[in-house]
Design a protein around this ligand. Structure first.
Ligand code: NAP
Length: 332
């Protein structure tokens, strides 16, 4: 079974987080109380929102939370059987004790890696699905701009936009290699590296006539570009602002064109995926056949080893992932 190891946050970061703000804490493997089960974690999700949690929501020197998939290895509840694969939220640790109301027993689906329930079929894919179908209400033959396009939400959104019949899908990302990946492997019609100029100008070059929908994951200059690049009466779904999370105490200079939302009659709307859990079955019904046939790519960067969870988190914030960043602790 091995030792129990959990990661704690030990200090609040100033700017970008560093490994010094985390500690690996070892202890005895916990025993499940009546009505709970002991889970050995197999893979963990590291996500941008965790950077926001580091500023105050996460208690220092305490276990952290995060989406995880594990295998039940001991159980004192009939609803969680030894051998079940479960999704739960007690991540950043090798083992977790969960009750049946805290864990979802995952189906084993042919041709679908279990870690997909942390990426395309997890909150990441669901965010992209909600953004396009419920907030933007994307229509066939519309054009879409996706920022943060090579990340977890972005790669899911680009592929979903194609399934939903988008006429043109454009992405922004952080390197030439990622641009190539988007256009050659993931069906984007065009992509650009946002380091190569003003984002609004780069978007205008890729979409001279504007776009109908923007899925905005980055904030700051990217939100400004979305406002300038969306057509009159277009929709901007504000999903996140990853460029600002290291400096949330200081509002970003951009967007400087917020009032164009009025002049162009744009709809700018945010959402939180946690309010859309009821769409999980709908997402799975849509995507599983595409994953099985290979028409949708499960795009993940997998970092092996629990000892690398902090590196994976910091690396994801720095753009070292394409697709969803996952930490694989043990093979299934
Ligand atoms: P992700 O895109 O897989 O990973 C983060 C990415 O952000 C990095 O790979 C990096 O890619 C990019 N990035 C980092 N700093 C940047 C900067 N200064 N400017 C531009 N890009 C930068 O993460 P994700 O999980 O898919 O999340 C994407 C966004 O969706 C985040 O803003 C997140 O908070 C948001 N989100 C919101 C909800 C919701 O309920 N509203 C749910 C899930 C996620 P590059 O190489 O391109 O720089």
């Amino acid at each position: 079974m091995g030792d129990f190891i959990a990661v704690h946050q030990t200090a609040r970061p100033q700017g970008a987080p560093t490994p010094e703000e985390f500690a690996f804490v070892t202890g005895p493997v916990p025993s499940p109380a009546q009505g709970t089960a002991l889970v050995e974690n197999l893979c963990l999700s590291v996500d941008p929102y965790m950077r926001e949690c580091m500023d105050g929501e996460w208690q220092l020197n305490s276990p952290l939370e995060g989406r995880s998939i594990g295998r039940v290895i001991a159980s004192r509840d009939p609803r969680l059987a030894v051998g079940d694969l479960v999704f739960h939220r007690k991540g950043w640790r090798t083992h977790a004790v969960v009750g049946p109301d805290e864990a979802r027993v995952l189906p084993r689906v042919d041709g679908v890696p279990t870690s997909t329930f942390l990426s395309l079929l997890g909150g990441t894919g669901l965010s992209a699905y909600v953004a396009l179908t419920r907030v933007a209400k994307l229509q066939p033959a519309e054009s879409v701009f996706i920022s943060g396009a090579a990340g977890g939400v972005g790669t899911a959104a680009g592929q979903l936009a194609r399934i939903l019949g988008a006429e043109r899908v454009i992405g922004s990302t952080g390197s030439a290699a990622k641009v190539k990946h988007l256009t050659e492997n993931l069906g984007f019609d065009a992509a650009f590296d946002y380091h190569e100029g003003h984002v609004a100008e780069l978007l205008a070059r890729a979409a001279p006539d504007g776009v109908d929908v923007c899925l905005e994951n980055v904030g700051g200059e990217h939100l400004e570009a979305a406002i300038s690049g969306v057509r009159p009466h277009g929709r901007i779904v504000w999903c996140g602002a990853v460029s600002t999370y290291n400096d949330l105490g200081h509002p970003p200079a951009a967007p400087r064109n917020l009032y164009d939302v009025v002049g162009k009659s744009i709809r700018l709307e945010g959402f939180l995926v946690r309010e859309y859990g009821h769409l999980q079955a709908e997402l799975e019904a849509l995507l599983i056949p595409h994953i099985q046939s290979g028409s949708v790519v499960v795009d993940q960067t997998v970092v092996a080893g629990f000892d690398r969870v902090v590196d994976a988190f910091i690396g994801m914030l720095g753009g070292r992932n394409t697709g969803k960043m996952i930490v694989q602790i043990t093979e299934e």
